[in-house]
Design a protein around this ligand. Structure first.
Ligand code: PTJ
Length: 250
């Protein structure tokens, strides 16, 4: 379905409306599952509450994520329909900066959509996006996201899983992996399960993470800085920000 409307750049909510456009166009192009619209709307609501800006706890989590990725042996960035249409090029840049593999892994799985997303990632510079020939299964995960690649998610020690569901995050942790997510909802099961949760919009978080990876100079200092990171207290800081933003007093 096409329409004769373009969001004017002068619109006060231009950035937000453009994200909606990318997600809805992604549905029309067969990249985003229809429920991706709902997931995006939920994210928008939380983004509104944190002021559509990168808050301090997210900066702290981004630093920890950069350290974890740098220290890893096999790093994988997991990509789905929403992440692909919101920041394909930025994810490719992050993969280069982190020396990470990209793997398409879908909840609403179809081989056709995996292939479409991989083509989309290639068009944005990805040389080798995994996911088409998934040859492994995440133990205990009885949903389509269990499907994964031996050389990618299955053997990774650090996995970046933005806009995720809690089930896979839990199953990946049970495999002994370090799991990093980007999720605007600090209350989600994913946010609470992961080792490092970046509560920020993925369109802001990924470029900042790439920048941080590029700024790391002393790798020897990373284990200590990672050790001092506590995801639970960082999420508490996010919740305090939300409470302040809603004007709630106890
Ligand atoms: O492409 P598929 O089939 O793998 O499906 C992808 C979606 C995102 C539809 C699927 O993973 C899903 O349904 O996710 P959930 O369970 O709705 O969780 C998505 C989480 O991401 C929610 O907590 C949202 O608040 C959050 N979110 C949505 N948009 C953004 C976001 N977080 C950061 N940046 C966003 N732009």
């Amino acid at each position: 379905m096409s329409r004769d409307f373009e969001v004017p750049e002068t619109h006060p909510r231009y950035q937000s409306l453009m994200m909606r456009e990318r997600i809805s166009q992604g549905v029309r192009d067969g990249l985003v599952d229809i429920t991706g619209l709902i997931a995006h709307g939920r994210g928008e609501a939380f983004d509104y509450m944190i002021g559509e800006r990168t808050i301090e706890p997210a900066v702290i989590a981004i630093e920890a994520a950069a350290a974890a990725l740098k220290l890893a042996g096999n790093r994988v960035i997991s990509d789905n329909g929403n992440t692909a249409v919101l920041c394909a090029g930025e994810l490719v840049e992050m993969a280069t900066a982190a020396d990470a593999k990209l793997e398409v892994n879908l909840f609403h799985w179809s081989q056709e959509r995996v292939e479409r997303i991989i083509d989309h990632m290639r068009a944005h510079g990805a040389e080798n996006a995994l996911g088409v020939d998934a040859d492994q299964w995440i133990p205990g995960l009885e949903q389509p996201r269990g499907r994964c690649c031996e050389e990618g998610i299955f053997t990774a020690d650090v996995v970046f899983v933005p806009l995720e569901d809690g089930d896979r995050a839990q199953a990946l942790k049970a495999m002994g992996k370090t799991v990093i997510t980007v999720d605007l909802n600090p209350l989600s099961r994913t946010a609470r399960t992961c080792d490092i949760t970046i509560v920020d919009n993925i369109v802001r978080a990924v470029p900042l993470l790439t920048q941080k990876l590029g700024e790391i100079e002393n790798v020897d200092e990373l284990p200590a800085s990672l050790e001092s990171y506590d995801n639970r207290s960082n999420l508490d800081l996010v919740k305090e920000t939300l409470v302040r933003s809603l004007g709630i007093t106890s």
